[in-house]
Design a protein around this ligand. Sequence first.
Ligand code: MBD
Ligand code: FE
Length: 294
Amino acid sequence: MNEASTNEFSKAELLKRVTHSNRPNGNARVQSITARIVGDLFRAIDDLDIQPDEFWAGVDWLSRLASSGQAGLITAGLGFDRLLDIRLDEADERAGRNAGTPRAIEGPLYIAGAPLGKYEVRVDEEGDAKRGETMVMEGRVLDIDGKPVAGAIIDVWHANELGRYSHFDPDQAEYALRRRIETDAHGRYRFRSFLPPGYAIPPNSPTSELFNALGRHGNRPAHIHFLVVAPGLRTLTTQVNVPGDSFIDDDFAFATRDGLILKLEKNTPASGYETLGVKEPFTRIPFDFVMQPA
Ligand code: MBD
Ligand code: FE
């Protein structure tokens, strides 16, 4: 206040001044989170003896990461997205709640507002050349008591035959391989598409740069994303995996889970599936979504 007020000070005093949290005009939550994270980084710089060129290389990498739009990709790759799910699972377990269908991360590639259909939807395009193994996934949306949920909205999205997602890929039409399906009066849904391949992080990008330096790969096993919404029920974000993929136990985004590996019924006869344009034996995938109460 008096003599102690000086512009020459220690690391500890610098940290105190940077993160001083009794300022009345600020947001207390932002203040405490900032204080903790900046404090941890100050300590890391000391403990690891991080040099100025290393520090500024990191800042440059963060700038490039931000302008590349890959911030949400790196959080998944560093395990933060799965961490948030594990914390929700822990809360369920503590409360003795039935978790329903396991949750899995949304990932950075969801786009809201996909075309909406009722009960039966084609996710790939009619008249498409064969882009992969034809599949129909079908089942019901249920609550944890096994009661069907009519009018639930299932958002589904997956990669194309090259492992790329529409909207982020200039070569695909708007909302390609993205649809919403409203369940019928019996809680049923079904959709036709093809089994997508896996995903790999874009080469020559800030994310691949870090992963190369870490000696990590950037592959995800083949998967399909879902976001299921219904009044009075807790929104379910999940993904299912295609069995047999070599990365199924080594997902760079840590999003594979027991209970979300599909069972493929290969060579299912087409009869009864003509309304989806299926003419030959195809791969049927039965799957029910089980939603928690809100
Ligand atoms: C994906 O397709 C994905 O689902 C996640 C979580 C991260 C990167 C690409
Ligand atoms: Fe994905």
